[in-house]
Every structure is written in structure tokens, then in C-alpha cells.
Design a protein around this ligand. Sequence first.
Ligand SMILES: *[C@@H]1O[C@H](CO)[C@@H](O)[C@H](O)[C@H]1NC(C)=O
Ligand SMILES: *[C@@H]1O[C@H](CO)[C@@H](O)[C@H](O)[C@H]1NC(C)=O
Ligand SMILES: *[C@@H]1O[C@H](CO)[C@@H](O)[C@H](O)[C@H]1NC(C)=O
Length: 580
Amino acid sequence: MKLIILFIFIGSSFAYRNDLSVHSLALGSQSTLYWRVDPTKEIIQFEIHYTGEESGWFAVGFSNRGELTPADYCVLWIDWHLKVHFQDAWANNKGIIEVDSYQDCNDFAWKRSILSNMTKFSFTRKLDTCDERDYIIERGTTHIVWSKGTGPLSNLNGLNIITNAISSGMSRTELLRTVSHKRPEFPSDTWKYQLLADHVNVPQVETTYWCRVEKLPEALRQKHHVLQFGPVIQPGNEHLVHHMEVFHCAGASEANIPLYNGPCDAADRPQATQICKKVLAAWAMGADAFVYPKEAGLSVGGKSFNQYIMLEVHYNNPERIKNKVDSSGIEFYFTKTLRKYDAGVIELGLEYTDKMAIPPHQELFELSGHCVTECTGIGLPQNGIYVFGSQLHTHLTGTTVRTRHIRNGNELSPLNYDNHYSTHFQEIRLLPEPVHILPGDSLITTCTYNTMERNNVTLGGFAISDEMCVNYIHYYPNTRLEVCKSAISDDALRTYFRYMREWENQDTDFDTAVSKSYQNIEWTKLRVAALHDLYQAAPLGMQCNGSDGSRLPGLWNNVAATQVKLPLAPPARDCHLINQ
Ligand SMILES: *[C@@H]1O[C@H](CO)[C@@H](O)[C@H](O)[C@H]1NC(C)=O
Ligand SMILES: *[C@@H]1O[C@H](CO)[C@@H](O)[C@H](O)[C@H]1NC(C)=O
Ligand SMILES: *[C@@H]1O[C@H](CO)[C@@H](O)[C@H](O)[C@H]1NC(C)=O
């Protein structure tokens, strides 16, 4: 790491005392991307290291959802006089490269080590270059695409990023990480605990979920705070460990859970371990450690806390590399010197129910879950809560997630959003700064789904083929509200199914079967539009529940959805006319 950092920032104009600001991501097994965000200049410094022959070309860039084409690239290539070039270009649908008229891959530097057979290069890129051919780097998930091949080339125009490549790929990361929270001081009694996979022979298949159930150390009979958790990746396996979660086996405090170490879906996995599903920590490839703000820690341990936890590691092995043994996992920092507040989690979004559905063959269909004024009004403390982290969650067809924040009808800055969301890149993200939510505020979580590949309706529910729309917000001080989610009200859906039956001749009936009714509808454009309008206008059934699982007092059926009187204007772009 040290060498790299030296190289990257030779000649750079801003000081770098804090190593935490340099992030890295494996691009396949032979290349690594390093980067650092400069929020004031709104640029990112990138650096790539790859092994390969000297005259080869290397393209790195961005695309909407990870497709290699069409995509925006910065390309290093070498001509037959061994002169090095670096150009901003665009690959069309077929993969054919065309150099951009505006060149926005700047500050290029290059170095080659014959000894290690490695090329290193660095460049900077503005977040928004104002060139319509360039990708706009936004908050949330960014899909980094890369491709490399042999040279020399005579010209970059005409190169085919797919057919001329010897290897290529895609990695997801949260590129725009601002480290505005400085890591707070940790008390001297802070200790580390690692929950690691134990010499797992990574199978030669694309996807493996590995589970390990362990008992927490005895010290956690006493309540502790988690101050930080983060990845411990076995060196050399950076490209294999895709994401990891640690779950609490939230059963009775004295219940013994059988220890387990094997594939999560194995037939012999003890049934009792299925209880291990309350998320304590979540990390995904490309993410850094999660550091709690100085005011709060995550409470673990104590008399009423079951002592078992489970690590789940998702191995992603598309190159089907063999003989890889892995002992990666998650590392926690614990202290018994408790901070002022316990951190808490509230679930926002849609209730897990088949009352919500997404018709098939939709490129973009929206569902929204509301956390209404009435619920935050009684569920949050008078001084409100501070939300510092957020984990967005949908299943396979989710493509964007956003939580809007409304106060007295006025829309404030969004609580969190991801316009390039992927179910395969879920982590608990620190918000750029904590968001203050007051009692009476409402939060609308909207997800969009793409069901172009599906022939049947997609229903809300728990199965991976069902859909969800959830934002788990992490906040302090911990309060009793834990679930603030909605679905269409029973009455509204009953009326809609009756209308579909009587006027549209569809086989629908709310009282016999909701799922079946949705499945029985023959989806036409008009019926899809009608369903969309119904979801926009219909009253809600609210789930406004406390942490003990009970409903907070109130009338939660047929609640009106939040009205946004003054929506937020889209963010302004700082673009001069010349580049447009
Ligand atoms: C450099 O790396 C490439 C790709 O891994 C390999 O094909 C080539 O033989 C290597 N060259 C040397 C001199 O090691
Ligand atoms: C999809 O719809 C077809 C036709 O209605 C049905 O036969 C099939 O079982 C459905 N598939 C699923 C996964 O529900
Ligand atoms: C909320 O509480 C009600 C009543 O206890 C329960 O039926 C419902 O399942 C709870 N919802 C959630 C999401 O926990």
C-alpha cells in the first residue's frame, strides 16, 4: 500500500496525511483500482495497477448498471513507436471505441516496472464533466467497467472493447465516499474481535454462500458497544470475497445454538441456526470499515443478549479459480466504556406483503412505502433522532432506491438515494452528514424495478424472487419505534380487484387470494397504468411498530399518504454552455 500511495500522489497538489482517504477495489484478479475523492474540486484521482505486457492497452470507465457497452472509458494505449497515449472515449452498443471530442480524463501519469511486469497509471476525472458522452459520477453505487488487450495500436478509434479484449469485467463500489466524520478516539479498553471463515476451500462455482456460527467471547456477558466493524480479507483473495454479513441469533438469552461451519444452503445445516438473521454488520466489496459516530455505539452483549452470531461470506468466483483457501471475515472493535447513546435501527419502506405487485415486462415501475407523520409523531423522541447510516435493500429487480424527507409538506434533502442500485452491492453506508429527523416528519421510500425479463407478475414478499423496498436507517438515540412501513390499504385493494372483475373481466377477488388475483390479471398497458395510479392515490395500511414487535397506539388503517406540497428541485449542474 505504501508504495502505491507514494506513487499516486507524486505531484498532487493537496496534502495526504490521512491514509483512510485512499480506497481500493480489485478489477478481476490482475488489476487494482485505487482512488481518492477531492470534494472541494469535485474530482476523483484514480490510479490503476495491472500486470501484463508493455505494449497492451487498458480501458477503465463507467456504465449505468455494469454493462461493458455502451460505456464511458479512459483508455491507455501504446503505438508502434512505443509512445504512450491516454484518451477519453466512448464505446457504442457494439463495443466500438470512438474518441470523445472533449477530453476529460486529465492529469495522466504513467510508470512501468519491467521487474514486476506491472504498469501503473493515474488520472483525474471531474464528477460531472458536462459532456453528454460522459458518465456523471453520483452518490451511491458506481459500476466500474474495465477491459484490456494486446497492442500496439495505430489509433484508438475503431478498437472493439469486447472482441479485441483478452479480459474484461465489472466491479461495483461506492466511489464517492466522503470522510467527513473523522474517526473518533477509542477508549483504551477497546479490543478487537474477529469472526473469520476457517480455511474454506472456495468452490469452483460462481456463487457460494458460506456460513459460520460462533459463540461470542465470555466478556460479552456484559454489555458492550461496537465502535467500528470492517473487513479482514485474506491477501490474494480480494477479488473472491464479494460481500459479508454478521447476524445475531436473536433468540432467548440462554438458548444454545449449534455451532456450524459450511455452505449456508447445505442440507445438514442445523435448523436452529435459521434464527441467526438480525443484521449486526454488513460489508460489500469495495467498501471500507464502518465507524460509528462519537455519540453512539451498537449495543451487543449483556444479560438478555443471546451469545451466538453467524458470519455469512458470499464468494464470487466467475473465473472459477481453483485451490483457493480463504479465511476472511469481519473485525469488530468492542468497548465496555459505553458511549452516550445506543445506536438503533428503524425499517422504512414497504411492508413485506403480496398486496404490492410489479407487472411483468416493465422497464421502470415504482413502488413507495411511507413512514407517515402520525407514526414519527408518537414514535420519535421530542428532540428527534440523528440518522448517520443507511442500508438500502431490494431483491433482484430493484434498480433505484430513494428515501425522501418531508417536513410540513416541504421536501428537504433526501435522506439517502442510489440511482444505480444493485441487490449485489449492499452495505451499511455512512451518510455524508447525520440527518436530523423530528417527530411529525415523514419519510417516503421509493424503489424502481425492472421486470423486462419476467413473464409473470412480481409480488412483494420474502422469497428472493419476490420484491422488497426497504431502507434500514441507523441512528441515535435508540428509541422504541422500529418499523415504519406501509402497503396499500385492504379496502383500496379490495375495491380495485372488484373493479377489475366487474369492468375488466379479470379473475380477481381480494378475499379469496391476493397473490392469485394479481397473477390472474392479463397485463395490458392500460392496466399497468391503472395499477400505478392506484398505488399513487390509495390510502395506506401502516405498520408502526415498537421494538417489542407490538403496534404503537393509533389507527393505522386507511391512513392518507404523505402530500408533498413543495417538492425539491433537481440538483443544479454547474455546466457552461460550451461543453453541451
Ligand atoms: C507479463 O504478464 C502477462 C500477463 O499476465 C504475461 O502474459 C507475460 O508473459 C508477462 N511477462 C513477463 C516478462 O513476465
Ligand atoms: C408463470 O405463469 C405461468 C402461466 O400463468 C405459470 O404456469 C407459471 O407457474 C408461473 N411461474 C411462476 C414462477 O409463478
Ligand atoms: C407489527 O405489529 C403487528 C401487531 O403486533 C404485527 O401483526 C405485525 O406483523 C408487525 N409488523 C412488523 C413488520 O413487524
